[in-house]
Design a protein. Sequence first.
Length: 364
Amino acid sequence: MKSKQYILGVLTALLFASCSNDEKVVLKYADEGDSGNPNPITQTLKEKAKFKIGAAVKMKDLQNEANYKNAVLKHYNQITAEFEMKMASIWTSSTAYNYTAADYLVGFAQDNKMEVHGHTLVWYDSFPEWFKKAQYDSIAFEAKVKVYITDVVGRYKGKVKSWDVVNEVFADGGAMRNETVINSLFKDPIGFYGRCFRYAKAADPDAKLFYNDYSVVLDAGKRASIKKMVARFKANGVPIDGLGDQFHYATDTNRQTMKTGFTDLASTGLLIHISELDIKVNTGKSDSYVFNDVENQKQAETYKYITTMYEELPQTQKFAISTWGVTDKYTWLTSFWHSKEYPLLLDADYNKKPAYQGFLDGLK
Ligand code: XIL
């Protein structure tokens, strides 16, 4: 089976060898067991990269599936909880926290000498129902959030290396999101968010603190708003260390736009985190979509482009590239995008995809 795949890979690679595209990736389906491959992949992502390689993981998959757990351990050296460290998961009532899954994940990382990226302290989409219903005024609201940040960041002090303090504040185009309760409560929402960074810093002075959002490198308006916020934070001594762009992009995402935006983002001088990377292939959301070799190749090239671009950052601004998931078997996109979607680096059987090789080829 594998040698068949390999021959297919070589054929497709030959097909693509005729185009003079410098993002070209030679397809390799092999893993270590493939003795017939003259060009075996010898390094894992985490072995090659000089920065952290992360994955969003779920406790239940780590507990229930040995292959999943082994893949995480083999390829990655940082984890993010896919949902278990969000406010709605931890803050179960005004007087209770549920740390079961968060503790498990932090313990798993410690046992295996991995870093944890905390995601996320303040996100409009993950305010618990009880909190939204409580209808606090701005003073009471902020006091509660301060206690939450202090408790959670304090609990994992020294264990969670970095936090997305604030997630997704700006709408497409750069205006403040209007669906968040914070906008109706606070005259100056950015001021509130800045204080959230201060609360986190006070609870763990060594944690790296991030603002995280999506489409940052594509959406010039959103990026301008983020840069303005960062400038204000810097001017007022708000402790922000880095910016995350989620990178939920696709094989047809315009690469030049991506690069221009990435360079602009890097001009802030902050750490840059590619925080939730996955690359959609079924861009037309087609029910008859087939993820064939040509599609694999496109995806591999996109990954290669992204890691190559990331490596062009000054060394001091590199933080991590984290994929939003581990295997195509489990990806949020099958429910949030289309059931036929294959956005990650390992296939459903935990084999390395051409995308893995593309990612690896882009690393220095
Ligand atoms: C998603 C998770 O993957 C899903 O499992 C969950 O149900 C909803 O959230 N941006 C973010 C992430 O910052 O927290 C989101 O994660 C994906 C979009």
